[in-house]
Design a protein. Structure first.
Length: 310
């Protein structure tokens, strides 16, 4: 599956979505049912397929009324019901593939699942360079020749990076909590040198590092330093710097590899699989995703189109 790598903070895996601390307030998942459920879902066009995920609690009544009015005007026999509990994200992947949907939403963030991919070997990922960055990122699924191409959907990226991952492995993903109890704090910007003197902070010299800060601190010590930096940034109208608080989580571990790599991509082993994080090379955007297939209709590659004019 593919999604915005930064939004893995919202991923629940096999857990209930409401158990993920980073997620917004109370919400519910809903399902369109009835003889005309498919037609009603397609024409209502709020989310792909017959399920509506992560509807804020305060919006359930409004959505229900809007759907009823839509079906009445269209002459469709369908209803909208609230599911007993929110659907874990691993189950959303299963449901999307089984129902033939090429995408679903995670708090409004598109996730693109692809079924039938071998888990017995590594996948070759290549990127094609253009004038201003990558024109496409291609994930090879087999060596067979491509005979046709199908549009899967659009991958919206708000954190300048995408993740290519096995959905089962992501149930073991730790996005923000320190796995080893340690964390790093890094700051950079116009006033970095002056701030480093004030705080007696060393310059960072690791692969891909920029700026100053502290690495391998006990979590609470690192958090205190990060809170101090945030307080300084808010209290001064002239101080110009940015900073990261980086717990030793899977997310920050793989991002260290991304920063150190000349192509801004890295992999990390989680849950028995290699998960890849890669920068788009052009920042945020809305990128078409295509599925290439052979003569028999078997998937041969997934292609993320970065430059739509290429």
């Amino acid at each position: 599956m593919l999604t915005d790598g930064g939004y893995l903070s919202l991923w629940s895996g096999d857990r209930r979505p409401e158990d993920v601390a980073a997620r917004p307030g109370p919400a519910a998942d809903m399902e369109i049912v009835g003889p005309d459920a498919s037609a009603a879902a397609r024409t209502f066009d709020r989310q792909p397929g017959t399920r509506l995920y992560d509807i804020p609690a305060q919006g359930i009544e409004e959505v229900t009324e809007a759907f009823a009015e839509h079906c009445k005007k269209a002459g469709l026999d369908a209803g909208l019901q609230v599911l007993p509990q929110q659907v874990p994200h691993r189950e959303r992947v299963r449901h999307a593939i089984a129902s033939g949907n090429h995408t679903f939403l995670n708090v409004g963030v598109p996730v693109i699942p692809v079924g039938g991919v071998s888990t017995s070997s590594s996948l070759l990922v290549t990127a094609t360079a253009g004038d201003w960055g990558w024109t496409q990122i291609r994930i090879a699924l087999s060596a067979a020749a491509t005979a046709q191409t199908r549009v899967l959907g659009h991958l919206r990226v708000d954190h300048a990076r995408l993740v290519i991952a096995d959905a089962d492995a992501l149930s073991s993903w730790v996005h923000e909590d320190p796995i080893d109890g340690l964390a790093d704090v890094v700051f950079w910007g116009r006033d970095q040198a002056q701030l480093a003197v004030e705080l007696d902070a060393p310059r960072l010299t690791g692969p891909g590092d920029v700026g100053y800060g502290w690495v391998d601190l006990p979590f609470q010590d690192a958090l205190n330093r990060a809170l101090d930096l945030e307080s300084r940034r808010r209290s001064s109208g002239q101080s110009m710097f940015n900073f990261d608080f980086r717990p030793h989580s899977h997310h920050w571990q793989v991002m260290a590899k991304v920063r150190a790599d000349e192509h801004e991509a890295g992999t990390i082993s989680v849950g028995g699989a290699d998960i890849m994080m890669a920068m788009t090379s052009v920042g945020d955007g809305d990128f078409p995703v295509h599925l290439e297939l052979d003569d028999a209709g078997t998937p041969t590659a997934i292609v993320v189109v970065i430059d739509t004019e290429a």
